[in-house]
Design a protein around this ligand. Structure first.
Ligand code: GTP
Ligand code: MG
Ligand code: ZN
Length: 296
């Protein structure tokens, strides 16, 4: 960062916390047209009397956006290297969200790992099976628990020297994890209410923290349903590793693995070498993106 620049640490309304090149964190206001500044953005600012005013957003390397079609698009964070998909036995995992976040990472050409968090809790066989399915496909899945400090060591290694964004359903333990990984974070975490699954300390704003090992961790508010931004239909398959591995064997180089003859992907589904659940997730997302494509 150069003098007069900064990075957004947190954003609330017209105000933001920015980190200056010196490491100092200051409050700043932003010009009205800079509505979509998010955690991780680099900005230029000016001193205006005693105020610091953000005047410009510097170009983004990438951004993670959700709820693109339902309502206004919401960007979660910008300029990130890795998506940490947090999930747990409780609240019950939303596998479709997991699949879509893996797709987003592939489209953004960044890494992603899946956390089976709260690993201290008993894991029903059908859930353990699905975590193993992701490992078998080639994804990194880490068992973590805030109650078992040694379980966090592999995660620390994966986070090191990268800008990581922690995303997932509300109540999976993102802020609890952040509290342990960032000794000074000291954030309130929610208490899972037994009846509703929602507590009062649910995170409402994303916030970027520096990891003691180097790199950053962005804790983000829980997401209920994730809908990715428009993706060219032919690119949807990039988000499914098991399809990427077989597509070269399809008869047609532009095969979308739906109804085409000589399709190696469909053959693999029939033989049980590709999971039907994942193939269906691919078809659903493909169909969604084809509809978007027609509207654009
Ligand atoms: N058993 C167990 N409980 C955990 C663990 N980590 C977090 N929890 C509990 O899970 C609940 C939710 O934790 P939070 O950290 O607030 O969850 P969050 O993902 O930040 O939730 P939002 O901010 O709403 O998105 C709290 O009651 C935590 O004590 C863990 O490793 N094991
Ligand atoms: Mg939280
Ligand atoms: Zn095919």
């Amino acid at each position: 960062m150069n003098k007069g620049e900064g990075r957004i640490i947190s954003r609330f309304g017209a105000e933001a916390l920015i980190e200056l090149p010196s490491g100092e964190i200051v409050r700043a206001t932003s010009r009205r047209k800079l509505q979509d500044l998010v955690c991780g953005d680099y900005v230029r600012w000016q001193q205006n009397g005693s105020d610091i005013v953000i005047t410009k957003m510097l170009p983004r390397r990438n951004s993670l956006t959700r709820s693109y079609f339902r309502g206004t698009p919401r960007t979660i964070a910008a300029n990130i290297d890795q998506i940490i998909i947090a999930s747990a036995v409780e609240p019950s995992p939303d596998w479709s969200m997991v699949d879509q976040l893996f797709v987003m990472a592939a489209i953004m050409e960044i890494a992603a790992i899946l956390l089976h968090h709260k690993a201290d809790q008993p894991c029903p066989d059908e859930i353990a099976r699905i975590y193993q399915d992701y490992r078998d496909i080639g994804y990194t899945v880490l068992d973590t628990s805030t109650r078992q400090p040694e379980s966090l060591e592999p995660l620390r290694k994966h986070l090191k020297k990268k800008t990581n964004v922690l995303v997932g359903q509300s109540g999976v333990g993102k802020s609890s994890l952040t509290n342990i990984l960032i000794p000074k974070a000291d954030i309130l975490t929610q208490t899972l209410s037994e009846t509703t699954g929602f507590g009062q300390h649910t995170t409402s704003n994303a916030r970027l923290y520096h990891l003691p090992e180097g790199g950053e961790l962005i804790d983000s508010p829980g997401i209920r349903d994730f809908t990715p931004p428009p993706i060219p239909p032919a690119d949807v398959q990039k988000g499914f590793r098991e399809i990427v591995a077989l597509r070269v064997h399809c008869r047609f180089h532009n095969c979308l693995h739906v109804r085409e003859p000589g399709c190696a992907v469909k053959d693999a589904v029939d033989k049980g070498e590709i999971l039907r659940r994942r193939y269906q997730a691919y078809l659903n997302l493909l169909q969604q993106m084809e509809e978007v494509d027609k509207q654009l």
